[in-house]
Design a protein around this ligand. Structure first.
Ligand code: URA
Length: 260
């Protein structure tokens, strides 16, 4: 359909869509999402794990993310298993699978939330504005994702490997389905320390309902690995009073690294 935007109503509709967060066209040809849903809609089967989700009777069962993740013996296999995974609808709206960045031998593994627009385009985590701030935050204690020396390196991944539409929050069902891949990722990296960036990775990995404002700076454990929740850099960009506590959290991480 060749439709020109020429009336005031068209402009108002476009402005409203931008206001609602639909700020980019991801294809040249319009897609009928309703047909797509009818074709692809997978059953919401629970992956092997702790949460049960009801299964639609006639629909095919979802691939079992728990079994697929457990079978991965190295990072290449894990990346390939995630790229092949067809159980999560987010994949169909994303340009790239965002797996990880940094040095896999790093002592510190950082877990963010989900790719945003820039990360989706580039296929690497934390490359947009908040990623640049995250690099500066770790740089303040001498850590960097590009360091070859494992003592100065960080390795970065996210809770979800695909961008949620319009950067909406991850849904519980998505997190539950994809968590086995993340847990296997942590096992394969086997870092000395985890840094949990923001509310979602903190709540998911520390299995708490307590929000990041109270959790930040409080060391917990994930599969026996000491884990430090910190504010998301996007929150620091919105509220500069969060910078000081984040600096305190970095000093806490630095002390652990020096002691360890
Ligand atoms: N925010 C995140 O949590 N992760 C990214 O990769 C980018 C922004």
């Amino acid at each position: 359909m060749d439709h020109k935007i020429d009336s005031a109503d068209d402009w108002a509709l476009l402005a409203w869509q931008v206001e609602m967060g639909a700020d980019e066209a991801i294809g040249d040809v319009p897609l009928n999402r309703f047909d797509e849903v009818a074709e692809h809609k997978p059953a919401r089967a629970a992956p092997s794990g702790d949460v049960s989700v009801s299964v639609t009777k006639d629909a095919p069962a979802l691939p079992d993310s728990g079994a697929l993740a457990a079978a991965c013996q190295d990072l290449d296999q894990l990346r390939a298993a995630i790229e092949r995974f067809e159980g999560c609808d987010l994949k169909h709206g994303a340009r790239n699978t965002v797996f990880a960045d940094g040095n896999p031998a790093a002592r510190v593994m950082v877990i963010g939330e989900a790719p945003g627009r820039e990360e989706d385009i580039e296929g690497r985590p934390f490359v947009g504005r908040s990623g640049q701030l995250l690099d500066r935050i770790f740089g303040s204690i001498g850590l960097s994702r590009s360091a070859e020396d494992e003592k100065a390196a960080v390795y970065i991944t996210n809770l979800l490997p695909w961008r949620p539409p319009n950067n909406r929050d991850p849904e519980r069902e998505e997190i539950v389905m994809l968590k086995p891949f993340l847990m296997r990722h942590i096992e394969l990296i086997a870092p000395e320390f985890l840094v949990l960036v923001g509310n979602h990775s903190t709540k998911t990995l520390l299995e708490t309902t307590v929000g990041i404002t109270r959790m930040r700076g409080q060391w917990g454990e994930v599969m026996g690995i000491p884990a430090l929740p910190i504010f998301h850099p996007a929150a620091l960009l919105r509220d500069s009073t969060k910078k000081r506590p984040t600096w305190a959290d970095m000093l806490s991480l630095r002390r652990r690294l020096e002691d360890g």
